[in-house]
Design a protein around this ligand. Structure first.
Ligand SMILES: Nc1ncnc2c1ncn2[C@@H]1O[C@H](COP(=O)(O)OP(=O)(O)OP(=O)(O)O)[C@@H](O)[C@H]1O
Length: 823
């Protein structure tokens, strides 16, 4: 090949230089283009980076409910909502909702390309830049999909527990937008949400949560609360999605408001005074229990992903300093229990005291708040809410020209009152409709008083979707009749023979809870406990552990009756009957949630008869299904239970004595006293002997129980060689595994040819709900029969008492006569 001439080389180098200079020039020009954001950097133009919201902080014109109803343009989001950009991908719709803003940005980009910022001569450079951009975006996409794959993989490995329970102080996850993108959505599946006209960001969360349709209570409450700005009183069965029935309207209105401020600032260059700044308290949600507050927070955080709305829980039992720190982040939504909320409010916590900006006030599980002796703090919180009071005789009436700020606030703050068991009188419903409801009593001892105090306005929407029985449709209720002293054995039977799925056992007293949990542990049944005397951390841990295992057991008092939302609770056992029908409803509501099924089993002893009868009366029930107890298991169950009782009694006594001793020693030590040992040598030897006997007895009992427990639980007429059945409980399975390991070990070490005794593993045990269904509802309980039995046992008891009294009287008279004769 001929060598290239020097001139040619020079001209090529020059042309390369020119091209490079052109590219540099274009890059320079691109850098100097104004950055196009839909939110101006600063409305006052000082360039300090404040956006329109923050610039408004400090405005004196703040009011609750910053958007008045007239200002809401319902059609704005209705049309937008269903706008899901859909691409077909392998026959499946791949949808991605786009907010107005992102669509605008896209349009701008299109327009930009039409504008042709490059000259004709810049064609090459433009092409190379476009090429580079394409490459970059391809790389970005690759990275993103790799990231997504990694995330999905991690997600699959995570347990449901870590998905469900969020650390109470983890508030920043609401800002995690990453996983919102690129969700593959079958648009048609979600058409039922269209009528609710929710914001596209909220819809994204709904797609992500895979809630294909709104629940009836959501369908009924969202239009009234989100689009008509009404107050709402909502009642629907447990597990029917009430949290989102008030949570979605709050988020919807906050998002609408934000977009409005963006629009106004963009259009007029100044923000409207009616619009709230970021970082003030907008919604206060009050719940009766700590667990519920944490759960509601968690739930709202999940739907608030991508909205930049912060949700924070404020509950007792946790460090106040930490919670004050959380409040310093100025979250828009605070969910809390009355005690801690009031503690911080009365301590002057600034964020919580900014109640003038409050637009939403929610009372979840409202009927619990009015129970006697509860929530004095709630009353104080309600008193602190800015409120327009009805004019009294002594107060002059507001004239039209003198409308107070407080009255505006009351007009604009929305109040939501929700529960599964709301008892509203017909009279109060009428009053609410007319807008003339006002409390006659000072306290909060009625729903009427509570609603009035919370500032419920005229024309409140009352959504009562509770059916006649108030219980979930798919719940199967049943009872086991037994004597008081047999309850433990029947509970053990249920948990060991029918122990599949998660089970919650409810007690009314903490003493009973402690006793049965200790007994069950002796019987090698692993249980978690939850009651109000536990430390908050331990309570959360229990719930956490219970969530983590699909066959776990939680023994709880009614502290866990309300609101606890744990997927896969299959059975609720009422070891002791609750004190009211409402609590029974809430206990049962821990199972059969969100349209799933579940069952409830109540252990009824003669002492419970009157409580049970009034329960039946409350639900107008005339019959109850009997749980089909397989009687052949009972002798073995009783034997185990009796052994466990004896062991438990001895160990309890021992630990009680030990605790008393250490208490005495500790106190003596604190006052520098030396404890005298009054016992004589003889006494000490006697005590020592007694202790030894007890300890031997305990070891013997323990050994006996261990031997029995190491064998699978078997019905009486049971052949060890031919076990067969439809299912095995986790406990029995574990026992079988242990047994088979033992057998296997022995067989290999001794005689490998020896035939093993264990042939088939199985047992005729099934999940409680299945067992109930298998009985085909044939065994129904006649309540009249129960009432008759109860009456008879009452009569018998009365007669015995009278007889005893008569005998006692006779003996006394005889003694008197004898004394007189002797005297
Ligand atoms: N539209 C929906 N589709 C499917 N599941 C939903 C929907 N909305 C809520 N859920 C789920 O239903 C379950 C129960 O919801 P939630 O806790 O709000 O019920 P609730 O009515 O408040 O119950 P409770 O009266 O016991 O407090 C939750 O796990 C929630 O994630």
């Amino acid at each position: 090949m001929a060598p290239e001439s020097a001139e040619k080389k020079r001209s090529r180098r020059n042309s390369k230089k020119r091209a490079r200079a052109e590219v540099d020039q274009q890059l320079e020009r691109l850098n100097n283009l104004p950055w196009s954001s839909s939110i101006p950097e600063s409305i006052d133009g000082d360039g300090d980076g404040d956006n329109g919201f923050t610039a408004l902080i400090g405005s004196n014109e703040l009011q609750g409910g910053f958007l008045s109803l007239e200002e809401i343009d319902e059609s704005e989001y209705g049309l937008e909502l269903t706008k899901v950009d859909v691409e077909y991908e392998g026959g499946k719709l791949k949808g991605k909702t786009k907010s107005k803003k992102s669509k605008k940005t896209e349009d701008d980009a299109d327009e930009g390309s039409g504008d042709e910022p490059y000259g004709e001569s810049d064609g090459k450079a433009k092409e190379s830049i476009v090429e580079d951009e394409k490459k970059e975006s391809k790389q970005k996409k690759k990275k993103k999909s790799a990231k997504k794959k990694k995330k999905d993989h991690q997600k699959n490995n995570e347990t449901t527990q870590s998905e469900d329970i969020a650390e109470p102080d983890a508030v920043s996850d609401v800002e995690d937008n990453d996983n919102v993108e690129d969700d593959s959505v079958d648009e048609e599946e979600y058409y039922a949400w269209n009528d609710l006209r929710l914001h596209p960001i909220i819809m994204k969360s709904i797609y992500r949560l895979k809630f294909t349709e709104p629940t009836p209570i959501q369908k009924a409450c969202i239009p009234a609360a989100a689009h008509q700005g009404k107050d709402v009183i909502g009642a629907a069965e447990t597990g029917s999605g009430k949290t989102l029935a008030f949570g979605l309207p709050i988020l919807q209105r906050l998002l609408e408001e934000r977009e409005k401020v963006e629009r106004l600032t963009a259009e007029k260059g100044e923000a409207n005074e009616m619009i709230a700044p970021l970082g003030v308290l907008r919604a206060l949600i009050v719940t009766p229990t700590r667990e519920l507050a944490l759960q509601v927070t968690d739930h709202l955080k999940k739907v608030a992903i991508g909205t930049n709305v912060r949700v924070v829980p404020i509950v007792g039992g946790m460090s106040s300093e930490k919670q004050e720190r959380l409040l310093r982040t100025r979250p828009e939504i605070v969910v809390g229990t009355p005690g801690r909320l009031w503690e911080l409010m009365s301590g002057g916590e600034v964020h919580l005291m900014e109640l003038h900006s409050l637009s939403f006030f929610v009372l979840d599980e409202a009927d619990r708040m009015i129970e006697t002796g509860h929530f004095r703090e709630l009353q104080s919180i309600l008193d602190a809410l800015p409120m327009h009071r009805e004019p009294t005789d002594t107060q002059p009436q507001d004239t039209q020209s003198c409308v107070t700020v407080a009255s505006l606030q009351r007009k604009k703050r929305q109040t939501f009152v929700f529960s599964a068991t709301l008892a509203l009188s017909a009279d109060f419903r009428k009053k609410l409709k007319r807008g003339s409801a006002h409390a006659k009593k000072d306290g909060l001892n009625s729903m009427e008083a509570l609603s009035e105090k919370a500032g419920m306005r005229a024309n409140t929407a009352i959504v009562d979707l509770t059916n006649a029985s108030i219980l979930a449709n798919k719940l199967v209720e049943s009872i086991i009749e037994c004597r008081e002293e047999e309850k433990d054995a029947y509970l053990y039977y249920l948990l060991s023979v029918h122990g599949q799925g998660r089970t919650i056992v409810f007690c009314t007293s903490i003493a009973a809870l402690r006793r049965i949990s200790s007994l069950l542990r002796v019987l090698s049944i692993n249980v978690w406990t939850l009651h109000s005397e536990m430390q908050q951390r331990a309570r959360l841990k229990s719930v956490d552990r219970f969530r983590a295992n699909e066959h776990s057991i939680l023994i709880a008092t009614d502290a866990a009756a309300r609101g606890l939302d744990i997927v896969g609770v299959r059975t609720v056992v009422h070891y002791q009957l609750p004190l009211s029908a409402e609590v029974y409803v809430h206990r049962c509501g821990r199972t059969a949630r969100a349209s799933t099924d579940g069952c409830s089993i109540a252990l009824i002893c003669p002492n419970d008869a009157s409580k049970f009868a009034s329960l039946c009366k409350s639900f107008s029930k005339e019959s109850f299904q009997r749980f089909p107890v397989e009687l052949s298991y009972i002798p073995e169950i009783m034997k185990r239970s009796s052994l466990a009782h004896q062991i438990d009694k001895i160990t309890r006594k021992e630990s009680q004595a030990k605790a008393e001793r250490t208490w005495l020693e500790r106190n003596a030590e604190s006052v520098e006293l030396i404890l005298d040992d009054d016992d004589s040598e003889e006494d000490r030897v006697k005590k020592h002997r007694q202790n030894k006997v007890k300890s031997n007895q305990l070891t013997k009992l323990q050994q006996e129980l261990n031997t029995i427990l190491s064998r699978p639980l078997q019905p009486k007429a049971f052949s060890r060689r031919f076990l067969a059945g439809a299912g095995v409980t986790p406990l029995v399975q574990h026992q079988f595994e242990e047994l088979s390991k033992q057998k296997h070990g022995n067989a290999s070490s001794l005689d490998s040819n020896k035939r093993r005794k264990l042939v088939v593993i199985g047992q005729d045990c099934v999940e409680p709900l299945q067992a109930l269904r298998n009985t085909n509802n044939e065994e129904r309980l006649d309540l009249k029969e129960i009432a008759e039995k109860h009456k008879n046992s009452d009569n018998l008891r009365r007669k015995r008492k009278e007889m005893k009294k008569r005998m006692h009287e006779q003996r006394r008279k005889q003694r008197k006569k004898l004394q007189q004769r002797e005297g």
